[in-house]
Design a protein around this ligand. Structure first.
Ligand code: HEC
Length: 200
């Protein structure tokens, strides 16, 4: 009996200890500031990626556009990082990645799960998600903007991909996870990383 009590005590101690460590909820003020910066940086990237994609598909067809998009997506993501008024780091993350550099880390996975759990909930899909992260002595925030699939995305990410597009994708991305989507599916997120010292 005594031993049982001891085990329960130790278990509860660890649970509270872990909860204490996880106590990293951003305050409403922090959330609002991070959101303003994140919205701005992610919108710029999103607009550029979309218009680049549309003109490349119109000019070269989806198979030809793959080459251009491959180079441009990385370049535009770096530009979004460099052009923001506040210093940020912008990245795209998804569980079903085509390009392995867009694979999620542990924090990203938590954010992606947050959105995935909201899929299929009628009339409500969150517009953003914010995390506060303490690493060693430094605190930083991560803003996530969810991405959904449009009809035009399915040319290269859907389940009826044309033969020439499929061949090209197989050559470039033999371990591609980013197909089989339908219109409206949650695809991943644009992540904007901001250090705490850049909040006012
Ligand atoms: C012409 C083909 C093509 C079309 C159309 C297309 N994509 Fe992609 N997509 C790619 C390729 C190639 C990559 C991998 C290169 C990269 O962007 O890093 C990619 C990568 C991505 C990524 C980065 C994550 C990963 O899997 O590596 C996201 C997010 C994404 N696409 C979303 C979209 C959305 C949303 C649309 C529609 C607005 C779209 N794509 C339309 C070809 C396409």
């Amino acid at each position: 009996m005594q031993k049982h009590k001891y085990v329960i005590f130790v278990t509860l101690f660890f649970i509270f200890f872990l909860i204490g460590c996880e106590n990293n909820e951003p305050t409403p003020e922090e959330k609002a500031q991070v959101r303003a910066i994140g919205d701005q940086a992610s919108d710029v990237l999103l607009r550029k990626l979309k218009s680049r994609l549309i003109s490349a598909v119109q000019k070269s067809g989806p198979a030809g556009a793959i080459n251009e998009c491959k180079l441009d997506a990385i370049k535009l993501t770096h530009e979004a990082t460099n052009n923001s008024k506040v210093p940020v780091a912008v990245k795209r993350v998804t569980n079903k990645y085509r390009n392995p550099i867009n694979a999620p880390d542990e924090w990203d996975k938590k954010a992606l799960t947050f959105f995935e759990n909201k899929e299929g909930v009628r009339d409500y899909f969150p517009e953003f998600y914010v995390q506060k992260i303490q690493q060693d002595e430094a605190i930083h925030f991560r803003y996530y903007k969810p991405l959904k699939m449009y009809q035009m995305c399915l040319k290269c990410h859907g389940n009826k991909i044309k033969e020439d597009v499929r061949v090209r994708l197989n050559e470039l991305y033999p371990n591609d996870l980013a197909t089989g989507y339908a219109k409206g599916d949650f695809r991943g997120a644009i992540r904007v990383d901001i250090a705490k010292e850049y909040l006012q």
